[in-house]
Design a protein. Structure first.
Length: 154
């Protein structure tokens, strides 16, 4: 996995969190992910297809962080993950992918994006449809962790 594919998603997530939720996330060390079980409680997954390669991106939030983002973005703080929270995660997935898509286009990589799928619940799974390795990058905050996963065909 090349850094030029990973960094746009990292930059875009940090930007979306800062501008939409006035929140800073602290990136941790990326690593290869084994298996399909998500690290958090609610995930948005989106596929991307381009003339040179195809891939997918997911962003996962632990419940406490997702609820705080909901509070900061919409002024509502539900007691648990509900339909409004999953809708918000779908929108964040779109915003992060859109931001990354703009950066990648400047580097000569053009992608069409699918509609995001949102999955939630303890030990839910994320299935990337690409053949390449899955890179997972954790982010810390005082409200919990977030994780992005990126997978592109080699």
């Amino acid at each position: 996995m090349r850094a030029e594919f990973v960094n746009p998603f990292l930059i875009s997530l940090l930007n979306v969190m800062k501008t939409m939720a006035t929140m800073d996330l602290t990136p941790q060390k990326p690593r290869l992910k084994k298996g399909e079980v998500a690290k958090g409680d609610v995930s948005g997954l989106i596929g991307m297809v381009g003339p040179k390669t195809k891939g997918s991106f997911s962003v996962t939030f632990e419940e406490g962080l997702a609820l705080e983002i909901m509070n900061r973005m919409l002024g509502e703080k539900p007691a648990e993950i509900n339909e409004e929270v999953t809708d918000m995660v779908g929108e964040i997935t779109n915003m992060v992918t859109g931001g990354a898509k703009r950066i990648l286009a400047e580097q000569g990589f053009d992608f069409d994006m699918a509609t995001p799928i949102v999955v939630s619940g303890l030990n839910h799974t994320i299935t990337h449809k690409s053949e390449g390795p899955i890179i997972i990058m954790p982010f810390n905050s005082e409200y919990g962790a977030a994780y992005i996963e990126i997978c592109f065909d080699s």
